[in-house]
Design a protein around this ligand. Structure first.
Ligand SMILES: [Zn+2]
Length: 127
């Protein structure tokens, strides 16, 4: 099965996810491509829900043997997309304040009975 990737693929998903996609089982690739292309269109609250699930799934499958790069891919793409949204909202590229990924990560922890990390304030002055 051949999947034709869009020209902006590396920018869309980030370099780590490019490798995870390449390494994923071919049967997942059409769905992963469609999923990644749809992600930027999600409203922020839906994005955080999807990201929290992706982060949880990626962490959870580490307990099992086998190729789970299709799950790791999703969490990595959420990381890239959260950074894109952070900058689009006016933050600097190197602002390490909480973004939608860290919100999703905290939610994934809380949903599974863990304590979430302390909030990290914006460091670039955007607020
Ligand atoms: Zn900032």
């Amino acid at each position: 099965m051949t999947v034709t990737l869009p020209d902006n693929w590396a920018t869309l998903v980030g370099p780590v996810a490019v490798r995870e996609f390449d390494n994923a089982a071919d049967r997942y690739k059409p769905d992963l491509l469609a999923w990644a292309q749809n992600l930027p269109a999600l409203p922020d609250d839906e994005f955080v829900t999807v990201a929290a699930r992706s982060i949880y799934d990626s962490a959870n499958v580490g307990r099992f043997r086998g190729n789970w790069d299709h799950e790791h891919f999703k969490a990595t793409v959420c990381f890239t997309e959260a950074n894109r949204r952070h900058v689009a909202a006016g933050h600097s590229e190197d602002c390490r304040g909480d973004n939608l990924y860290s919100r999703a990560y905290a939610r994934a922890l809380r949903n599974n009975g863990h304590r979430a990390p302390e909030a990290v304030p914006c460091q670039c002055g955007k607020g």
